[in-house]
Write a protein that binds this ligand. Structure first.
Ligand SMILES: Cc1cc2nc3c(=O)[nH]c(=O)nc-3n(C[C@H](O)[C@H](O)[C@H](O)COP(=O)(O)OP(=O)(O)OC[C@H]3O[C@@H](n4cnc5c(N)ncnc54)[C@H](O)[C@@H]3O)c2cc1C
Length: 295
């Protein structure tokens, strides 16, 4: 049985206390939330923190709130909280699409949005969701708070803009009008990581053209958004041909590698096919969107 290297453990009592503990214990200390990523890494000795700072008592980091034009989600909000939230499903249905297929109930009951983004695994579903929805990340340090666009937050695999002495405290999603979003994932078996996935959001103009669009891919070798694929949609009337053109560009932007989940050709096919499906569903949802605030 794999066991982690020895470590010390402390339960933080407040955000200020976390920041003070991170400073006191230095680079060998790590925050732990759900532990579903960090503990497996520790068992494999890929992470060897000397101090674990447990943030699970910080209820102030576990909330889902509509605040003006923003949906604010605390970093300690569990996958299961997002899935159970009516307002999340109504405003951002792609979050529910993704959460239904992230791991299993055991992981979803404990794993958090902050831990998912903090882990920065390239196959992680919520990263694409946050990219597509143009989320902002709030990071708190002893000197104050700063906001980072999600595409600046992820600096590469397993690396984020959150420094060792900082804490990710909140994720904010801008609420749009006539907006629809969807996430389509293919997995080898229920609860598995994605073979490939695509997310899309559409913002419709009053005249029925597409005012704005974003497309993202998961586990298909694309960092950030498929910018060219989304650009062909803007100003156009939605149609099957238009979505097929965008899907071709998403496929061209993908750069998957062959692994135990499938060969390159199959994954490129997924980039295209799942983009069409996500766009089609997002369009349908935008048409039915009652846009919006409150809840
Ligand atoms: C069996 C299994 C299947 C899975 N399947 C999927 C899947 O299909 N799709 C998917 O996307 N994910 C999947 N996951 C990953 C899972 O969703 C994440 O591991 C988990 O939600 C991460 O959140 P956590 O709270 O457990 O993070 P933790 O393990 O506690 O932390 C992860 C990292 O984030 C840091 N961190 C945590 N919170 C903060 C914070 N507030 N501020 C700064 N840093 C922080 C930690 O220091 C650590 O480095 C799976 C995991 C397991 C175990």
């Amino acid at each position: 049985m794999q066991v982690p290297a020895p470590f010390d453990y402390v339960r933080a009592t407040s955000v200020d206390n976390v920041l003070e503990l991170l400073e006191r214990h230095g680079p060998e200390s790590r925050v732990i939330a759900g532990g579903h990523s960090l503990l497996p890494m520790m068992k494999l000795r890929l992470a060897r923190p000397e101090w674990l700072i447990d943030i699970n008592d910080l209820t102030e980091l576990r909330h889902i709130t509509v605040d003006g034009d923003w949906l604010r989600v605390g970093a300690l909000t569990r996958h299961a909280d997002l899935l159970a939230s009516e307002v999340v499903g109504r405003l951002f249905p792609m979050v529910h699409d993704a959460e239904k297929v992230i791991a299993d109930p055991v992981v979803r009951n404990r794993g958090t949005i902050g831990g998912s983004l903090g882990q920065a695994d390239p196959a992680e579903d919520l990263t694409t969701v946050c990219d597509v929805l143009r989320a902002q990340v709030f990071i708190t340090a002893r000197g104050g708070e700063r906001t980072v666009d999600i595409h600046q937050f992820h600096r590469g695999p397993y690396e984020t803009a959150c420094e060792q002495h900082e804490l990710l405290t909140e994720i904010r999603f801008p609420i749009g009008v006539r907006q629809g979003s969807a996430y389509e994932k293919v997995e080898r078996r229920v609860g598995d990581w994605a073979v490939g996935a695509a997310g899309a959001a559409l913002w419709m103009a009053e005249d029925g053209t597409i005012a704005d669009a974003t497309i993202g891919l998961t586990a298909l070798g694309l960092e950030g958004l498929a910018v060219d694929a989304a650009a062909v949609l803007v100003g156009q009337r939605p149609s099957e041909d238009l979505f097929a053109e965008a899907a071709d560009l998403a496929r061209a932007a993908s750069s998957p590698i062959e692994d135990q989940r499938g060969p390159v050709d199959y994954k490129r096919h997924l980039a295209s096919e799942l983009t069409v499906r996500a766009l089609t569903k997002a369009l349908d949802r935008a048409a039915h969107s009652t846009a919006v605030q409150g809840g």
